[in-house]
Write a protein that binds this ligand. Structure first.
Ligand SMILES: [Mg+2]
Length: 272
């Protein structure tokens, strides 16, 4: 796999794709430099997309969260893995195509927003989309299994095997995808990180080629690997999951490593 052509410095980027959890906030608290980053981005006039594997929430939920931290972003600047899945389907699926869904509001609304039709009828479904669903039931799994076994196209919003809760790590969407795969023998098309599709759709929305777009994330195994696969240079910030000492053994090294988005703000504003 060819390495993304690296930018000489972050300030050379023409657009940004930002991960959120571990980059902009952690838990309920904003991370250092959040305000500075958005002041720098707006001062530079850089187009930005905030891209997340979280498929359960609609974009407005992230807009509200950032507003609570004093940062204004538009809904069009958010791209969830559910929206990316819907956009990907809309490229080659006729409007009105019936889709069986496992998912919450984020998944269902993203699909109807691009003109697809939700159905509970496995015989009529052409597509199955599976995202995190905290109301998952035996019936929903059965309907999805029957539809896939009858030939429906099978997509997963994101492959995360675990999901952090106050009780500890529980099964993530990837674990449910694994159950459906076991029952059908069909591997899902995965849209979210570390697959490159969501990054490619973000670059499409930004109107900037991937090699001029800087992906910013806190996880080597998802954010940075996905950026590499999409041909995007990347920044690993050390405010979330991955540590500096893990970079050497990473499957794809980040182009830059910075402590947090405050340091990225400084880098974006630094003169040549
Ligand atoms: Mg993150």
């Amino acid at each position: 796999m060819p390495a993304p052509r690296p930018l000489a410095r972050p300030a050379d980027a023409r657009a940004l794709v930002l991960d959120m959890d571990g980059v902009l906030w952690r838990g309920a608290a904003p991370l250092p430099g959040l305000g500075s980053l958005f002041r720098a981005v707006r001062a530079r006039g850089l187009p930005v997309v905030l891209a997340t594997n979280n498929a359960s929430l609609p974009p407005e939920a992230f807009v509200e969260r950032l507003a609570g931290f004093g940062v204004a972003v538009a809904p069009a600047e958010i791209l969830t893995s559910a929206q990316a899945t819907a956009l990907h389907l809309a490229h080659d699926t006729p409007p009105g195509t019936p889709v069986v869904t496992i998912g919450e509001e984020g998944v269902c609304r993203a699909l109807t927003d691009v003109g697809l039709t939700l159905t509970d009828d496995p015989a009529g479904a052409r597509v199955v989309v599976c995202g995190m669903d905290r109301g998952l039931t035996w019936q929903k799994l059965a309907t999805a299994t029957l539809a896939i076994r009858a030939g429906a196209r099978f997509l997963g919003t994101n492959p995360d095997l675990t999901f952090p809760t106050e009780r500890g790590l529980v099964h993530g969407n990837g674990a449910v995808l694994a159950a459906l795969r076991a029952a059908t023998g069909v591997a899902p098309e995965i849209v979210g990180k570390p697959e490159p599709l969501m990054y490619r759709l973000a670059a499409e929305r930004l109107g900037v080629a991937p090699e001029h777009t800087l992906a910013v994330g806190d996880r080597l195994d998802t954010d940075i690997l996905g950026a590499h696969r999409a041909g995007m240079p990347s920044v690993l910030v050390l405010s979330g999951v991955s540590r500096a000492e893990e970079v050497a053994a990473a499957p794809a090294p980040p182009t830059f490593v910075l402590p947090d988005v405050g340091a990225l703000a400084d880098a974006l504003l630094s003169p040549a």
